[in-house]
Each structure stands twice: as structure tokens, then as C-alpha cells.
Design a protein. Structure first.
Length: 499
């Protein structure tokens, strides 16, 4: 391994850390700067599945076309019905198979889960075809939804079963195997490695093993470097951990962060279920109850759901609160010199910078006094805040008490640089004081409100706020966002913890 690559695969320290940009520090802290794994092990097999599905979908649609051609009650252009509908349905079906994860390399060959996604994709296609057919008052659903889709489901299901049996034979012959590094105690590591080698059909080839970290100071960092070295030398694409009775929780968490952005799967025994609950899912492997730890990064449907909430919430709030915007802007302009809107560069998702908007609550020269006042900050942490800040204006104190100064950030949410809910964005000079763990906050878009705001708002100190932000990043869900928004409204109305 070259020196450059070695430096990429470990977090920067000392002088190296000081010389990195914010985005480079973020990638270093979560492992995103490391070279991704080679994910092409199953790509040839995946391509075979896709081509087979295209052929079977075409066959099924052709049968539906033959049936539909006997009908004469089309209420749309016959050419569209005969040629446009089959192509549209076929493309929609294939798209649904992709969106439902039917070609996900982690479930290919697993049987029940693979078939469940196939059924799900077909049902979604059926629902869309039936809905569109009803809206345009055409008989498309009768011909295709009741003939092509059921026929295609059976044909694709049978082909997937046949391909899965073929894949198992290939794996026993030493092909289509993902290289895996096993971590655990001596007995646990040996037993897990032997089981994976015996049951080759699950698709793993054990290429290296690493023991658990010692408890002395500095051992964790050295252990992570050992794991990095094993992954690099073996070109492995997965890590399996069986900690036994001695479960190094912090070591597993640090390893999960180190692996993110590198496309390396992490399999954990059930004993580590408290590391990141919602991100764990069962993955059968060699007859053992291993769990798969997903990356904290949101999936495409999750990003779509969160973005939809942001758009609906921000547009609705801007319309409803527009009179409040006008009153606040006029009050700021009439009571102090300077613009009504304060603009500041903040750090967003992945270390990218953006311009955050707020109603100005301080004197116009407030930023120039920031460093001079930092000595008044009573806590040794990056989050700069002082009690009774002399820069705050009379109108600003009122706006801050009721969180009205944050309202212009709805336009940040609308533009996509922020979210309604997420870790609060910090100024660049605060982020420069982050330790490596704190950069984990940047895995999601910053938000107008977050978990630590509703837990105590400005009363929460940095260490506790950081842990709450990390908890949110690790366990994000749409339901959590909705609950936090409701709790935020209550906290604002009570003016609890504001400053």
C-alpha cells in the first residue's frame, strides 16, 4: 500500500489535522476519504438477472398485448394503446424492481427477501397501472394488470430461483465470493471463519482475521489501523464481528464510522444490537444470526421523504407566517442600523459551506467583536455562546426569546441547504474547533431545530448536545422529524431555554 493511500485510510492527526479543510476533516473523521472497495464481485451475476428480467417482462407484456388487441373499447388513441402502453408498463415495472431493491447485491441470492422485493415491485406496478387506467378511463389494467403482471411475477420468480441455484454452485466452485475480514476473540473468530468457509453458498471468502482491541490507552486507534491494514492488503469488501462476551461498544462504533463512505459492509453479532438499533437488519450468513449494520446515510426513499417534508413544511410556514416576517423585518430596521437580514457562512452537510439567513439580532459590527469576546465563553467547547451577550439589541432579545430570528431559515430549507430538522449549523470558526467525533454531525443536512434544541435549547452544553446530535444522525426516521417539529413548537411557545 502506498504512503498516500495509507494516509487516506486513517484519520489525520496533529499537524495534518490542522492543515485540512473542513470537508477533508469530515471525510477523515468518518472514513469517507478512503478508497472504496471493489464492488464488482456480483456485478456480472446482477447483469444476468437484469437481462433475464427484461426478456421475461417483454414476454409477459407481449402476452398482455395479444389479449388487449382483441378488445375494441379503447377510449384513447389506438396507436398509443397498442404501442405506448406496453412500453410504458414494461419500463415502469423494471424501474420498480430497481427502486424496491430487487437488484441490491446484499439480497441477491437470499431467497425470501429477494422474492419479497419482487412481489412488492410488481404490486406497486399494478397499483400505478390500475390508477392511471382509471383516471384516463382506459381498459389498460384489464389486459395488462390481470394478465401480464401475474404472468411476469411467476416467470421472474422461477428464473430468480434457477439463477440462485446456479449462483450457489458457482460459489462452491470459488466464484462470486466477497472477501471478508473476521474480527473477534480467538475462539469466536475461528468458529465464524470455519462456518463461513464451510457454507460457501452465502458468498464470503475469509481472507484475514483481527483480534479485539486491548483496553489500554491508544489501543483503539492502533486496532482501527490494524483493521484498515487488513482490509487494504486483502481488498476485502466486508467485515464480520463476533465480540463474544467482551463487547467493545466504542470500538464497534468507531469502526462503523471509519468504514462509512468506503462501501464496506459491516456484519455484527446480535450482542451489539444497542449500537445503532434501527440501522440493524438480519442477514443470513452461514446459518448464524448475523446482523447487517447499514450506513447512517439516508437511502434514496428516505431522502425523498425528508425533502418532501421540508418542502411542504417550509412553503406552508412561509405563507402562514408572512405577516410575522414583515413585522420582524420592520422592527429590526427601525430599532438599529443595518440590514434586517443577517447572512453568515455556515457549515452544512459533508462540510460544504452555505449562507444561512437570520433576522439580525445584534449590532451590525457583531462579527468583528466575536474573537475579542470569545474569552468570555465560560466553557471549553467549540460552540461559542456567552450569557448576556452585549452585542444583542433590544429587539434581538425579544426575537431570540421566541425564536423568531430563525424564521428566514425557512428559505434555506426551501432552497435545500438546510432541513426543518437536523443538527444545528455552526459558523466556520466553531467547526475549526471540532474534534474528529464532532464531524459526525455533518452526515445529515443541518436543521432549523433538532433533538438538543427540544431537550433544553440553549441550556444544553456542548458535550450533551453533541451526543444528542449523534443519536439523531444514527437513528433518523421521518416519524422522529415529525415528533421533533411538534415538540419544537411547544418549546418555542414556552420560551424554554432560549437566549
Amino acid at each position: 500500500m502506498s504512503d498516500d493511500r495509507a494516509r487516506q485510510q486513517r484519520p489525520a492527526t496533529g499537524d495534518e489535522w490542522a492543515g485540512l479543510s473542513v470537508q477533508e476533516r469530515y471525510r477523515s473523521s468518518v472514513g469517507g476519504s478512503a478508497a472504496p472497495r471493489d464492488v464488482r464481485v456480483l456485478e456480472p451475476f446482477r447483469l444476468r438477472l437484469i437481462l433475464t428480467d427484461v426478456l421475461l417482462i417483454s414476454l409477459s407484456i407481449t402476452v398482455g398485448l395479444l389479449v388487449s388487441s382483441r378488445q375494441s373499447s379503447w377510449l384513447i388513441d389506438p396507436l398509443v394503446a397498442i404501442y405506448g402502453a406496453p412500453v410504458a408498463i414494461g419500463l415502469l415495472w423494471l424501474m420498480m424492481l430497481f427502486l424496491r431493491g430487487s437488484y441490491d447485491q446484499r439480497i441477491i441470492g437470499l431467497g425470501p427477501d429477494e422474492f419479497k422485493r419482487l412481489v412488492s415491485a410488481t404490486l406497486y406496478t399494478f397499483a400505478v397501472v390500475a390508477g392511471v387506467s382509471y383516471l384516463i378511463r382506459a381498459d389498460i389494467s384489464r389486459a395488462y394488470a390481470y394478465v401480464s403482471l401475474p404472468l411476469g411475477l411467476v416467470l421472474i420468480g422461477v428464473s430468480r430461483f434457477a439463477w440462485r441455484k446456479w449462483l450457489y454452485r458457482q460459489r462452491y466452485a470459488g466464484r462470486f465470493l466477497a472477501r471478508i475480514v473476521v474480527i473477534g476473540g480467538n475462539d469466536a473468530t475461528g468458529a465464524l471463519a470455519n462456518k463461513l468457509e464451510q457454507d460457501a453458498y452465502v458468498g464470503f471468502e475469509v481472507v484475514a482475521s483481527v483480534g479485539l482491541p486491548n483496553e489500554h490507552v491508544g489501543a483503539l486507534s492502533a486496532w482501527l489501523d490494524d483493521v484498515d491494514a487488513a482490509l487494504s492488503h486483502s481488498n476485502a469488501s466486508a467485515v464480520a464481528i463476533d465480540p463474544g462476551e467482551r463487547a467493545p461498544h466504542d470500538a464497534i462504533r468507531q469502526l462503523a464510522w471509519r468504514l462509512e463512505g468506503r462501501g464496506i459492509d459491516l456484519l455484527i453479532s446480535p450482542g451489539m444490537i444497542d449500537v445503532a438499533g434501527p440501522r440493524l437488519s438480519v442477514r443470513p450468513a452461514a446459518g448464524l444470526p448475523l446482523l447487517h449494520l447499514d450506513e447512517a446515510a439516508l437511502s434514496r426513499p428516505q431522502r425523498l421523504a425528508k425533502r418532501s417534508l421540508d418542502l411542504v413544511g417550509s412553503v406552508g410556514a412561509i405563507i402562514v407566517l408572512s405577516p410575522v416576517f414583515i413585522v420582524c423585518a420592520l422592527w429590526v430596521r427601525l430599532t438599529s442600523s443595518g440590514p434586517a437580514i443577517f447572512k453568515q457562512r455556515r457549515i452544512g452537510r459533508g462540510g460544504a459551506t452555505f449562507t444561512m439567513l437570520k433576522f439580525r439580532t445584534m449590532r451590525q459590527d457583531a462579527d468583528e467583536q466575536r474573537e475579542a469576546l470569545r474569552s468570555l465563553h465560560a466553557y471549553d467547547d467549540p460552540m461559542f455562546k456567552i450569557e448576556g451577550d452585549p452585542r444583542v439589541t433590544r429587539a434581538g432579545r425579544f426575537l431570540r426569546r421566541w425564536s423568531l430570528d430563525e424564521l428566514p431559515q425557512l428559505f434555506n430549507v426551501l432552497g435545500g441547504s438546510m432541513s426543518l430538522v437536523g443538527p444545528r449549523p455552526h459558523p466556520i470558526d466553531d467547526v475549526d474547533r471540532y474534534n474528529p467525533e464532532a464531524f459526525r454531525r455533518l452526515a445529515l443536512k443541518p436543521g432549523m431545530t433538532g433533538l438538543w434544541q427540544v431537550e433544553g435549547r440553549s441550556e444544553v452544553r456542548w458535550a450533551e448536545a453533541l451526543q444528542l446530535d449523534l443519536f439523531y444522525v444514527e437513528r433518523w426516521s421521518l416519524a422522529t422529524d415529525l415528533v421533533l417539529l411538534l415538540r419544537t413548537v411547544r418549546a418555542v411557545l414556552q420560551a424554554r431555554g432560549a437566549s
